[in-house]
Design a protein around this ligand. Structure first.
Ligand SMILES: NC(=O)c1ccc[n+]([C@@H]2O[C@H](COP(=O)([O-])OP(=O)(O)OC[C@H]3O[C@@H](n4cnc5c(N)ncnc54)[C@H](O)[C@@H]3O)[C@@H](O)[C@H]2O)c1
Length: 245
């Protein structure tokens, strides 16, 4: 498979796993993250696989800056064929103990960031009359999550955004799908109370946390040749923790 994939949040965890998987599938990568230092080794792993990698510091909530980065990317690598929105933010806290600044951050990183990054690259996919968008939502957005009330609202928004965009973009041969990770062994989860992680792990029918590679496989499917007729879909990769209808 060839093409250029843009992956936000690719300095860490699931986004890093997705970038490495897509590189292994033959994609060149544009790596976007707030954490520029942590992007460098990921870019190194990708170039070691023989693929091209462009690592750019980006805040997905800053649409104007994203537009500048798009210009750089077109000049240095070319137009994207796959967009993966994976940058995310969550801190566990009871809703009643959170306030406006916390809600704003949860919504702006997880939902507005997905909308803004998608908008910046959408014209390139429309011009090419084809492309794939894969949004990393969360099972929190499908079934709810204690301690993640506003995050769950934002991820539910990502799912609704993806389905509606899938309808609008179908005539341009652009598919839009969501992957919903269950609890996954990344820095975002592993900073949580070990008791919560233990309880989550025991609740998973397959009896382990997901690894980033588990999630990346689902993303590679939606980005790959076998998923050309699949759009507006939501796939949970959660070891069976959630079995949403
Ligand atoms: N780990 C889990 O259990 C889990 C479960 C469900 C969904 N998810 C989702 O998976 C995605 C990846 O999470 P992860 O577990 O790998 O977390 P992580 O914390 O390891 O990685 C998140 C990355 O996003 C980057 N980021 C944060 N805000 C950003 C911004 N404004 N602009 C650009 N980059 C930004 C961070 O720097 C980091 O590199 C997120 O969307 C998260 O909500 C994770």
């Amino acid at each position: 498979m060839t093409g250029i994939a843009v992956v936000s949040g690719s300095a860490s965890g699931i986004g890093r796993g997705i970038a490495l998987k897509l590189a292994a599938q033959g994609f060149d990568l544009v790596l976007l993250d707030l954490d520029e230092a942590a992007l460098a080794p990921v870019a190194g792993e990708i170039t070691a696989q023989g693929r091209r990698a462009l690592a750019l510091r980006a805040d997905v909530t800053d649409g104007a800056r994203l537009a500048e980065l798009r210009a750089q990317m077109l000049e240095r690598l070319g137009a994207p064929t796959v967009i993966v929105n994976c940058a995310g933010w969550s801190v566990i806290a009871p809703f009643v103990e959170t306030g406006a600044a916390f809600w704003d951050k949860a919504i702006s990183v997880n939902l507005t960031g997905t909308i803004a990054l998608t908008r910046v690259f959408l014209d390139d996919l429309i011009t090419a009359n084809g492309g794939r968008i894969v949004n990393i939502a969360s099972d929190a957005g499908r079934v709810g999550s204690t301690g993640e009330v506003v995050y769950a609202a934002a991820k539910g928004g990502v799912i609704a955004f993806s389905k509606s965009l899938a309808r609008e973009m179908a005539r341009h041969n652009i598919t839009v799908n969501c992957v919903c990770p269950g609890p996954t062994a990344t820095p975002m989860l592993l900073v949580q109370d070990p008791k919560r992680i233990d309880a989550l792990t025991r609740a998973v029918p397959l009896r382990r946390l997901a690894e980033p590679a588990d999630i990346a496989g689902a993303v590679a499917y939606f980005a790959g040749p076998d998923a050309g007729y699949v759009t507006g879909q939501v796939l949970s990769v959660s070891g069976g923790l959630t079995m949403a209808g």
